[in-house]
Design a protein around this ligand. Structure first.
Ligand SMILES: *[C@@H]1O[C@H](CO)[C@@H](O)[C@H](O)[C@H]1NC(C)=O
Ligand SMILES: *[C@@H]1O[C@H](CO)[C@@H](O)[C@H](O)[C@H]1NC(C)=O
Ligand SMILES: *[C@@H]1O[C@H](CO)[C@@H](O)[C@H](O)[C@H]1NC(C)=O
Ligand SMILES: *[C@@H]1O[C@H](CO)[C@@H](O)[C@H](O)[C@H]1NC(C)=O
Length: 248
């Protein structure tokens, strides 16, 4: 009898099994429930290296501003959170010398009134408005992309954006390893408010290419290299022979 064939039974049952599994899967799929309101402080605290940034957000009341606007925003926000290391790498006093108003502007400069994914930033048109922007183009950030790599530039500092602490509307939070020093506060043209002229000249370090050093070597040097190698080889061979001698 055909019905005694287990393979055939399985075949007939297969469509039902399929239905059953898809049904259970649909039921067990978690509803896309928002896991509570977005909490910027919690996101930053979880990151573990943004204590100064959090402190400044709190001191300048910006945390409450952003937090309350997150509920109603249609554009969202993007926050560039500098690390504690980034802050420590600043010339001491660079921030302390700022007035309270300037501190507020500095923090506002790290926030854009729009949500940007990393791929948005690759193609965004410069300069990008920040919360500090007054007129078109002032207090803006420039983004340059190449492949999947995005740099943010203030005109004073350039730093890559690698780490996204959060990338989901209405809030994106990215790590920056440099404090984004605005041209308006730290540019060379405003010496009064530029506490450390040296730090405003953070030219990217260009490592001198090794090939340059090599090509600078005279042919004699290369010959010496060759000779040295022969000596080395000789020593290894000699040692080997000594060992063999010792063994025999
Ligand atoms: C956000 O998180 C911080 C730190 O975890 C907490 O102190 C604060 O109460 C939270 N705020 C809200 C609105 O949940
Ligand atoms: C934002 O919304 C959450 C829940 O959706 C609510 O608990 C919270 O009080 C709201 N906060 C403000 C500032 O409106
Ligand atoms: C980012 O900046 C670094 C250093 O300034 C530079 O080497 C790199 O080419 C830049 N990348 C992009 C995508 O602009
Ligand atoms: C930013 O980009 C705009 C447009 O390309 C340019 O005019 C401006 O000089 C740039 N600013 C900085 C600080 O790089």
């Amino acid at each position: 009898m055909a019905s005694n064939n287990p393979a055939l039974i399985l075949l007939t049952l297969t469509p039902f099994l399929f239905l059953l599994t898809t049904q259970t899967r649909a039921q067990s799929a978690p509803a896309p429930a928002p896991s509570g309101p977005v909490n910027l402080t919690a996101i930053l605290e979880k990151g573990g290296q943004y204590t100064t940034f959090i402190r400044l957000l709190e001191e300048t009341q910006q945390i409450t501003q952003i937090q309350s606007q997150l509920n109603s925003t249609t554009e969202g926000f993007t926050v560039f959170a500098f690390t504690d290391n980034a802050f420590q790498n600043l010339k001491s006093g660079a921030i302390n010398e700022l007035t309270d108003d300037q501190k507020v502007k500095l923090i506002l400069y790290h926030v854009t009134p729009k949500y940007y994914t990393l791929s948005d930033l690759l193609t965004v048109s410069n300069p990008v408005r920040t919360q500090a922007s007054e007129s078109e183009g002032s207090w803006g950030l420039n983004f340059t992309g190449q492949g999947n790599q995005v740099n943010v530039s203030t005109g004073v500092v350039v730093t890559p954006i690698n780490n996204a602490l959060r990338q989901q509307f209405p809030l994106a939070v990215y790590q920056v390893d440099k404090v984004l020093l605005p041209l308006e506060l730290f540019g060379a043209k405003s010496p009064k408010s530029a506490p450390s002229p040296k730090s405003s000249k953070t030219t990217p370090e260009i490592p001198s290419p090794a090939t340059k050093a090599d090509s600078a070597k005279s042919p004699a040097d290369s010959k010496n290299d060759g000779a040295r190698m022969h000596v080395g080889l000789g020593m290894v061979l000699g040692l080997g022979l000594i060992c063999m001698g010792a063994l025999s």
